[in-house]
Design a protein. Structure first.
Length: 112
C-alpha cells in the first residue's frame, strides 16, 4: 500500500479554506433567513385560517343551537297535542265501555 505524501498547509491554502468556510456560513445564514421568513408566513397563514375556522365553528354552533331550540319547541307543542289526543281517546273508550256495560245491565234487568 502506498503512503500518500502529506501536503503542508501554507498560509495561502489556509486563507482559501477560511474563505470557503466564510462563504459556506454566509450561504447557511441566507438560507436560514429564507426559512425563517417562510415560517413566519406559514404561521401568519395558519393563524388566519384558525381565526376563520373559529368564526365558522361559532356560526355553525349558533345555527345548531337555534335549530335544536326550534325542534324542542315543536316537540313540546307536538307532545301537548298528543296528550290531548290520548285523553280524548281514553274518554271516548271509557264512554263507549260504560254505554256497553249499561246496555248489558239493561238487557239482564229486562230478562229478569
Amino acid at each position: 500500500m502506498a503512503v500518500m505524501a502529506r501536503e503542508s498547509w501554507t498560509d495561502e491554502r489556509l486563507d482559501d479554506l477560511n474563505a470557503k468556510v466564510d462563504i459556506g456560513f454566509a450561504e447557511m445564514r441566507s438560507e436560514f433567513r429564507g426559512l425563517r421568513a417562510e415560517l413566519k408566513e406559514m404561521r401568519s397563514d395558519f393563524q388566519q385560517e384558525s381565526r376563520e375556522l373559529r368564526t365558522e365553528f361559532k356560526a355553525e354552533m349558533r345555527e345548531m343551537r337555534s335549530e335544536f331550540q326550534e325542534d324542542m319547541r315543536e316537540l313540546r307543542t307536538g307532545t301537548g297535542e298528543t296528550q290531548r289526543l290520548i285523553l280524548r281517546s281514553a274518554a271516548a273508550l271509557w264512554s263507549t265501555s260504560m254505554i256497553g256495560f249499561l246496555g248489558i245491565i239493561a238487557t239482564v234487568a229486562t230478562k229478569l
